[in-house]
Design a protein around this ligand. Structure first.
Ligand code: BV8
Length: 245
């Protein structure tokens, strides 16, 4: 093999990839933000004002995710296959806080907005796996303090995780693929523009319908993720990146 590294692929996913597994999106007509206000459940101020309300919001989502009925779908599985079979790196950045990518077999994965099945102690910083309901009076297993546990989730106004690493991978990837996201929330919505700055990257959007940033992508494919993602992965593995467009 020549010294040339196999081209790397960066993938961003959003709530749309988990929709056909039975999890709600946010901005669809039947989405989460149609039922609750961001300001009441997904900001640090909301948690300071009424932690019980925020715990109830995440407890309901955690209970649904761990209840047994929610499983990875063909889109999650296709991305795990791409990671296993593509000769270069496949780095999966998800905005989702569910664990469906892990359960489908993806390993080179980053939850930039955190994880529903983890909690963090605001007193000592300890991170814990947490599959049950979380309450204000629950105590930290590391420092023993009560009243300080919060979902390990990035709220609006908080910095997503590992942004520097994400921007590095975007700068030197050969292809950036955005799947199942409306392109409303920054900084994730800006990733396609960052990737295109390198000039040589192929960009593709796979979504049910055009996102806010649709016009920035070189290639767009619309349809349900369980159909368009496996087809796209087949094409990449069969023809390589240069054949796309
Ligand atoms: C920050 C919490 C800065 C976890 C979430 C400009 C620049 C920078 C920031 C901002 C800016 N303008 C405004 C901001 C602030 C804000 C923001 O972007 N607001 C928006 C609303 C305008 N951003 C932030 O606050 C971020 N932090 O910028 O920090 C900073 C700087 C210095 C120091 C400190 C801080 C933090 C953002 C993270 C917030 N947390 N979630 C949780 O409860 O889940 S974001 C929330 O939206 C979701 O978690 C999700 O991650 C995110 C994106 O939603 P999508 O995944 O796209 O879902 P959506 O429903 O919108 O779309 C679904 C799509 O799927 C649709 O297009 C639909 O058509 C499609 N679909 C549906 N079904 C299918 C399908 N596709 C395929 N198949 C199907 N079957």
């Amino acid at each position: 093999m020549s010294g040339k590294r196999a081209p790397s692929i960066v993938i961003l996913t959003g709530a749309g990839i988990s929709k056909e597994s039975g999890l709600d999106t946010f901005r669809d007509a039947d989405g989460i933000w149609a039922r609750v206000r961001i300001e009441d459940v997904a900001t640090p101020e909301a948690f300071a004002r009424d932690p019980g309300r925020v715990h109830a919001f995440y407890n309901a989502r955690r209970e649904k995710l761990t209840g047994g009925a929610i499983v990875p779908n063909a889109a999650h599985t296709a991305l795990a296959r791409l990671e296993a079979e593509w000769p270069g790196e496949v780095f999966l950045v998800t905005q989702n806080i569910d664990d469906l990518h892990e359960r489908a077999g993806s390993t080179n994965l980053l939850h930039m907005h955190g994880e529903l099945l983890k909690v963090r102690c605001t007193a000592c910083g300890e991170m814990m796996e947490w599959r049950a309901s979380l309450a204000v009076e629950d105590t930290c297993s590391a420092c023993g303090r009560g009243g300080g546990l919060r979902p390990h989730v990035v709220w609006f106004g908080e910095m997503p995780f590992e942004m520097e690493h994400i921007f590095e991978t975007l700068s030197d990837c050969a292809m950036f693929v955005s799947i199942g996201t409306s392109g409303n929330v920054y900084p994730a919505a800006g990733f396609v523009s960052h990737a295109r700055q390198s000039g040589t990257v192929h960009t593709a959007e796979l979504n049910l319908e055009p996102s806010e940033g649709a016009s920035i992508f070189a290639e767009t494919v619309y349809g349900p993720a369980t159909e368009v993602v496996p087809d796209f992965v087949d094409r990449v593995l069969r023809e390589g990146i240069s054949a796309l467009g």
